[in-house]
Design a protein around this ligand. Sequence first.
Ligand code: HEM
Length: 402
Amino acid sequence: MSESLHTVTTMPAARQPGCPFDPPKELIQAREHGPISRFPFPDGHQGWLVTGYDLIRSILADPRFSSRKELMGHHPLVDYGDIEVPPAPPGEFLLMDEPQHGRYRKPLVGKFTVRRMRLLTERVEQVTAEHLDAMEKAGPTADLVTAFAKPIPSIIICELLGVPYEDRGSFQDNIDKFLGGEVGDEELIAAYTATQQYLAELVAAKRANPTDDVLSDLLDSDLTDEELRGMALILLAAGFDTTANMLALGTFALLQNPEQLAALRAEPALTDGAVEELLRYLSVAKQFARVALEDVELGGQTIKAGSTVILSLHTANRDPERFTDPHVLDLRRQEGGHLAFSHGIHQCLGQQLARVEMRVALPALVSRFPTLRLAVPAEEVGLRPETADIYGVKSLPVTWDV
Ligand code: HEM
């Protein structure tokens, strides 16, 4: 092992005050030392932290690294001791390898293509306009999270899956609990169980009375109800909290970079590039883990079979060897290839949907409210903690001139 190998001793629990959009400084410093560092987990497991863009991309494409839940016994922030992690329940394919993963992903791929998602544009425009109208009527202040960022992706994923939006009380808060990083284990398990229960009832209801949606389409296959419930859980959990946080944190980032905001408002042609740049810059799905299935030589190191490797997508998206001035939000940036949607077999299934939602909602918001600004000082905006799987703002108080 090389002598200069850097060790990160603890995972940061918070970002630097005043830098809500940047990865914690310990992760940036780790990348400055090199693309891979040692990371002793709180339970004593000797693992790795990867922060370099090229190395992360190659691990994500490498079948010698696994996403299997039962291999993920080590938590970067908590010492759970020697607990045995069970395999992912049927259908929860984010935490599976091939061939199980493909059994669930394959039937979904055709339902989330660029073409299918573009056909949804009109509906996203309609839902966005309704929410902007309501915000304007109730204004001139609003919490952008509840008035805009959460409901738009939530309504769209519900419609796609065939989940009644009126039922959102049964899953929205629970999903917030899974991904928001602020509740203890007991509450987390209760939230997960309640969502599973809700989705089991929903699948049974579709079986009895199929409707025109993704879940009902899947009934006509050899997938069991238990598998369908697991797939629905992954789609629902991944399908709105991520985009909701991108919309809210993205608006916050634009408000903090007024010249970029003005450019987006003035030049609609910037929209597609602006969305990609916000995805890179904010990387709300900030890190994932993989476990080596065999000894692997990487970046001059031997990753031993069974080692857990944390992949900091956010830090990779700020790698100066890949992106010029990586810490600058530049909506005109021409460098593509960010890893905000990951890479390899688990690359985000819903990325085209997320893109359509952001490309419609963000420009519509900034053009509807030309004087939009924060209603509180920036340092008072409530941020999700680093323990959250998906980073973002808890609320974003905004105001505008009438
Ligand atoms: C801006 C919003 C979004 C971001 C940043 C995001 C990010 C990600 C990332 C990083 C992964 C891969 C995790 C890994 O490599 O282990 C992923 C997987 C996934 N995402 Fe997204 N996502 C977003 C929106 C959505 C939406 C709208 C859906 C709706 C269907 C969705 C569905 C999924 C699914 C099903 C997977 C699992 C794919 C697999 O394991 O094969 N995502 N997402």
